[in-house]
Design a protein around this ligand. Structure first.
Ligand SMILES: Cc1cc2nc3c(=O)[nH]c(=O)nc-3n(C[C@H](O)[C@H](O)[C@H](O)COP(=O)(O)OP(=O)(O)OC[C@H]3O[C@@H](n4cnc5c(N)ncnc54)[C@H](O)[C@@H]3O)c2cc1C
Length: 365
């Protein structure tokens, strides 16, 4: 009998580990969802609900050999996973990959493709009739959302508010200036260095007129608002401390080989980890390669030696609709600025649908 590798969470990191190890071990992938979610597609799924199916890759087509269990981990110890259903998966190797949640529409809260698509459609209908849109948060998610809205409804007034003084801290002045120029061209209004004195009087993602006052004293009226900040780590199932003590902000401490500290056969990948870098899908997938290599070595009776080293500079691919945007990519010589055409080609045109179709099978569209 082959050793069992239990993977908790089938996002970018977990799905990639499962796929990589399915021929070498008995892989069990545990996730309450019925599909891998490509969060990068979420904002377009909101503005173009007919496109939304492209961001989901059903789990029943992901693995050719392993098993996918539609369940939720409620506790993990070094020998296995306790499930919300009451069951248990005993494992020789464990990979924790439960990532993070993000407020709607950034990541779907619903666990089935059907319900998640219904949620996008409901919010789309609320947004469609709104003339003025307020977005709280000018990070990549808030700005991408502004770009997607402007591409479908150029006439809508879109305002993005953020207490930070500048866009994309850590990136070069030229990239930031280009981003500001493109946002200006789209007519997206930025209010930086400004918080809100009070929360909007309506629920996020719901149509309804309201006025808010910024900390700089400006009144902004809008017909709908979105929260584009407030990611939360999914690590509640580790709170009992049977496996590890989480860091102060709920992340899992890992070694350079991505072992959960203190455990040679337990690994963690992606947003869940305390690796000192921005939390990104691209990095979760690089973590997955390192972990698959290390478990692969252990399965063959060899010593695991693959190590993960964060990039020494920040990277970003920030499309503004299907044609615009800014980017900075890694290269052996250091960071390279991506033109709007490159951003569109690498991400904006299809939001990685083709790449994930190749890796994870057909979409739910
Ligand atoms: C709108 C948006 C756009 C983005 N665009 C980009 C981009 O272009 N490029 C980029 O690099 N990053 C992007 N990101 C960031 C990226 O989505 C995250 O870094 C990425 O999701 C992290 O992947 P992960 O594998 O750690 O976990 P996740 O993708 O968060 O997946 C975690 C999985 O674990 C499951 N899970 C949770 N709890 C449990 C449990 N208790 N038991 C079992 N399963 C569980 C969940 O259902 C989920 O399927 C974007 C984020 C957002 C919100």
């Amino acid at each position: 009998m082959s050793p069992t590798v239990a993977i908790v969470g089938g996002g970018y990191g977990g799905a990639a580990v499962a796929k990589a190890l399915q021929d070498e071990a008995d892989v069990v992938l545990i996730d309450p969802r019925d599909a891998f979610v490509n969060a990068a597609g979420a904002l377009r799924a909101l503005t173009r609900p007919d496109w939304a199916g492209n961001m989901f890759f059903p789990f029943d087509r992901l693995l050719t050999r392993g098993r996918v269990l539609r369940d939720r981990a409620v506790s993990v110890d070094p020998t296995g996973v306790a499930l919300a259903s009451g069951g248990r998966v005993a494992a020789d190797y464990l990979v924790l990959a439960t990532g993070s949640d993000y407020p709607h529409p950034g990541k779907p809260a619903a666990v089935t493709v059907r319900e998640a698509r219904d949620d996008f459609l409901r919010t789309h209908k609320e947004l469609r009739g709104a003339e003025r849109v307020l977005i709280l948060g000018a990070g990549p998610v808030g700005l991408e959302l502004a770009g997607e809205i402007k591409e479908v409804w150029p006439e809508k007034r879109v305002t993005v508010v953020d207490p930070a003084e500048e866009l994309l801290p850590g990136f070069g002045a030229e990239l930031v200036a280009d981003l500001r120029r493109q946002l200006d061209g789209l007519g997206v209004e930025l209010r930086l260095g400004a918080g809100l004195r009070e929360a909007p009087g309506t629920e996020p993602c719901r149509a309804g007129e309201f006025t808010v006052t910024t900390t700089t004293g400006e009144e902004i009226g809008a017909d709908i608002w979105f929260r584009a900040h407030g990611e939360s780590v999914n690590s509640g199932y580790l709170a009992d401390g049977r496996l590890v003590t989480r860091t102060e902000n709920g992340r899992v401490p890992v070694t350079e080989r991505l072992n959960v500290r203190g455990h040679e056969r337990v690994y963690a990948v992606g947003d869940l980890t305390d690796v000192a870098e921005a939390k990104m899908a691209g990095f979760a997938m690089r973590h997955a390669e390192v972990v698959a290599e290390n478990i692969g070595a252990q399965l063959r009776g060899e010593r695991p030696t693959a190590e993960y080293r964060p990039l020494p500079h920040p990277v970003v691919l920030l499309p503004l609709g299907t044609r615009g945007g800014v980017g900075q990519l890694p290269s052996p010589e250091g960071p390279v600025t991506a033109t709007a055409e490159m951003v569109a080609e690498y991400k904006g045109a299809d939001l990685f649908t083709a790449r994930f179709t190749e890796q994870f099978g057909p979409t739910a569209a």
